[in-house]
Design a protein around this ligand. Structure first.
Ligand code: CA
Ligand code: CA
Length: 273
């Protein structure tokens, strides 16, 4: 029987003790693994606490017979279950706990990259660097062209959505072509959303629309009203881009906190490494 070459060399490496468990490289990997375990445990605990909070709130509203509040809560609960984003109505401390856990994990990745670089292990430094870019990416994000996309169902403002995409090492979606617009619209439709935030804004200078990556739009799909008017209309000072799935992917400018009792969310995008 032929032993595959790679197995032979691995066996030889261990046999010769070149890769002992006490090498510096392993200490870095162990510290990173420990940080990941801690991160996953912290996120799981926060999610558990939110789920319990929402459950308790639901039974309170049911007992009170508050139908309107109950309908809103059911929607918030469905959004939380689908996106994992801590809703605004939950304890604010939980929201900041999750943010802190993400930042701490991001720092651990940076530290490991530095440690490997200092130990002259450029291969591992590059590998951890790559992992850090995809670690926070939603596992079910869909590939289209050279990016991964995920629609997150949540009742958040444009600014909150942009910040969250950034936190998880992506960005709010930047749409450069009709095909990409159709793809994002289809993704939103798949999860039955009516509207999603997209990463375009004129908050810096009125009428100058820019994407979150600083680029100027090379393509746009502003909605045209039947009466000859069209978006963006800056109605009462609207500076944030929203894609309307129910209008075939047309765009509107709307206020930062565009609260409406409709299926809502935002789209994050990650470049393929
Ligand atoms: Ca505007
Ligand atoms: Ca508008």
């Amino acid at each position: 029987m032929r032993i595959p070459k790679v197995c032979f060399w691995l066996t030889m490496t261990f046999a010769l003790g070149l890769h002992g468990p006490c090498s510096y490289g392993d200490l870095i990997a162990d510290a990173l693994d420990e940080a990941k375990d801690k991160y996953h445990a912290e996120i799981a605990e926060c999610h558990d606490l939110v789920a319990k909070f929402l459950e308790k709130r639901e039974s309170q509203l049911r007992a009170r017979g508050d139908k309107a509040a109950l309908d809103e809560l059911v929607l918030v609960r469905a959004e939380f279950e689908s996106s994992g984003l801590i809703p605004d109505i939950a304890l604010r401390t939980l929201k900041s706990r999750v943010s802190r856990a993400i930042s701490a994990m991001a720092r651990e990745f940076e530290k490991a990259v530095q440690d490997y670089t200092r130990a002259d292990n450029d291969t591992m430094a590059a590998s951890v660097q790559r992992e850090s870019k995809t670690f926070f990416r939603c596992t079910d994000a869909k590939l289209f062209g050279s990016n991964y996309y995920k629609v997150l169902q949540a009742d958040v403002s444009w600014e909150q959505a942009a910040l969250y995409c950034q936190q998880i090492k992506g960005r709010m979606v930047v749409i450069n072509s009709p095909d990409e617009n159709d793809f994002v619209t289809r993704l939103g439709k798949e999860v039955n959303l009516d509207r999603v935030w997209i990463g375009i804004t004129d908050r810096q200078k009125e009428g100058e629309w820019v994407w979150v990556d600083g680029s100027k739009p090379s393509f746009s799909k502003w909605h045209r009203w039947g009466n000859g008017h069209s978006e963006p209309n800056d109605f009462n000072g609207e500076d944030y881009g929203m894609l309307s799935i129910v209008e075939g992917g047309d765009w509107h400018d709307v206020p930062n906190s565009y609260i409406e009792n409709v299926a809502r969310g935002f789209v994050c995008e990650w470049a393929v490494d």
